[in-house]
Design a protein around this ligand. Structure first.
Ligand code: GLU
Length: 505
């Protein structure tokens, strides 16, 4: 029997968890959720959170995706205690720099009789597969251990001749591979279902199951928390723990994440990279909150959790095995909530940053972080106007930018306004003469002037407002109109009403 798993929250031993991404591209929602659950558990238990990069496949250039993953984690506020950039006592933390470690462990396993050299070529293995399948009449195939029975001299001769080889684990016969997953409960698999799988490939590099298990052992990982897609790898990794006579960590597999259509979350469902969410103007605190809800629930109703709440309340035992549903609307709602809660000063900074990166200019000059001061007073005024209604920073930025740009008319709206041209002309004319004459071009002053039009003409204010909105904003929907006009200023409003008159007549 393998040594028993540790209890779920280990006693005096400090918790050590890891996030071990393969740098294949962006950090996507599912991986970010895995990282966050590990981080939360480390924080909760005052343990250590380790970032390990699984980049043994040297055929690809990895620097860029590694940086992207680290940047996304940092942006999310998921910081690590040990990792490739921070170092630590268990490094290196990039598997590409640990090749010698894997070779020496494989060597030790061969010496102990728990693994063996396999000199079978790809072609030979393909033939074996073919005849095995034909003989049995089923798709099932497992390696027949031919090389396990090679005589010692033959092995030495092959090695001397430089015949390429892989290293295979010798899987014990009829052994009960048993463990208790925190989420999926007791799982037991007979070793007869596992062939002597490869732990070192013919190019000398380890396979995922081998390097992950060796590193989890050497990095003294107490809890392996990862996606459910790795559940089927766990028996293999347990066999490696057994061969090395090591105690098992606690395994926790997180439920899959599905899109609204019940299919595994993928690009088809829209943005799935953390980078895309950042660009779309999601706040890290909103995303963190949302990630926590993907498979974990404190109770039936609570949705909003600060990070401190999460650290206090998070427990591996409350993770659900049902696939989690990714609900974009809920994430949007949460983001809007966090935007509303955000101190205005902070929002101002974030918005200013987005405005400077937008391609807009005032008086012919592009707004950059050097001349942002010119628009900051306006941004300060715009924030209270839009804060309650926007759901992302991008939306906030798009509205803000409109305050500085030339008006852009929504054609179908203007056509609709033109369908009652006389009234539109009359109202625009009234507005022009009233607004030209008011000294107090404030929210209140503007409101009083415009409301008097509706009284004079005995029509609902909504009718007046839609014409004014068409003239000064060009679109059906605008931020609250009087405030918008105050920020645009008297000159701009008058100029826009004037051009609108021209458009109508
Ligand atoms: N490199 C694996 C992945 O990105 C990690 C699996 C694990 O956590 O063991 O899926």
């Amino acid at each position: 029997m393998a040594k028993n798993s540790k209890t779920i929250i280990s006693g005096p031993e400090a918790v050590r968890v890891r996030f071990a991404p393969s740098p294949t591209g962006y950090l996507h929602i599912g991986s970010a959720r895995t990282a966050f659950f590990n981080w939360l558990f480390a924080k909760k238990t005052k343990g250590k959170f380790i970032l390990r990069i699984e980049d043994t496949d040297m055929s690809r250039h990895m620097e860029e995706p590694i940086d992207l993953i680290m940047d996304s984690l940092k942006w999310l506020g998921i910081n690590w205690d040990e990792g490739p950039d921070t170092g630590g006592n268990f490094g290196p933390y990039r598997q590409s720099q640990r090749k010698d470690i894997y070779s020496s462990y494989a060597g030790k396993m061969i010496a102990d009789g728990n693994a063996y050299y396999c000199f079978c070529s790809q072609e030979k293995l393909a033939e074996k597969r073919q005849s095995f399948i034909e003989g049995r009449g089923s798709d099932y195939y497992e390696y027949d251990r031919e090389c396990y029975y090679l005589a010692k001299d033959k092995i030495e001769q092959n090695l001397k001749e430089g015949i390429p080889y892989t290293v295979r684990l010798l899987v014990p016969d009829d052994y009960d591979i048993a463990f208790t997953d925190t989420v999926y409960g007791p799982i037991s698999v007979n070793s007869g279902t596992q062939e002597d799988f490869i732990i070192i490939r013919s190019n000398g590099l380890p396979t995922y199951n081998f390097s992950a298990a060796v590193d989890d052992i050497l990095m003294e990982i107490t809890h392996v928390i990862r996606g459910e897609d790795h559940l089927s790898n766990t028996p293999k990794q347990i066999l490696i723990y057994k061969a090395l006579d090591e105690e098992l960590p606690v395994f926790t597999h997180l439920p899959m994440i599905h899109g609204a259509d019940g299919q595994k979350l993928s690009k088809r469902h829209g943005s799935i990279s953390i980078e895309a969410y950042r660009d779309e103007g999601f706040l890290p605190e909103a995303l963190r909150n949302y990630l926590a809800l993907l498979g974990w629930a404190f109770d039936e109703k609570t949705t909003v959790f600060s990070s401190n709440d999460l650290i206090n309340k998070f427990s591996l035992k409350d993770i659900n095995k049902k696939p989690a549903k990714f609900d974009y609307e809920k994430l949007l709602w949460l983001n809007g909530y966090y935007i509303r809660q955000m101190p205005e000063k902070e929002l101002e900074k974030l918005l200013a940053k987005r405005v400077t990166s937008a391609d807009i200019s005032i008086k012919g000059k592009n707004i950059t972080d050097k001349n942002i001061a010119a628009v900051l007073p306006a941004i300060k005024k715009i924030i209270p106007l839009i804060k309650e209604r926007v759901k992302t920073l991008k939306e906030a930025r798009d509205i803000t930018v409109k305050f500085f740009e030339d008006i852009n008319y929504e054609n179908d709206f203007i056509e609709y306004i033109k369908s009652n041209k006389e009234r539109a002309l009359g109202i625009t004319e009234d507005a022009l003469s009233l607004l030209k004459n008011i000294d107090d071009f404030s929210h209140q002053g503007i409101e009083a002037a415009l409301r008097s039009i509706s009284e004079k003409r005995n029509i609902g204010f909504r009718k007046v407002a839609e014409i004014i909105r068409a003239a000064i904003w060009g679109a059906r929907v605008s931020p609250p109109m009087f405030g918008t006009m105050e920020i645009l200023g008297k000159d701009t409003c008058i100029a826009r009403l004037d051009s609108f008159m021209d458009m109508l007549s």
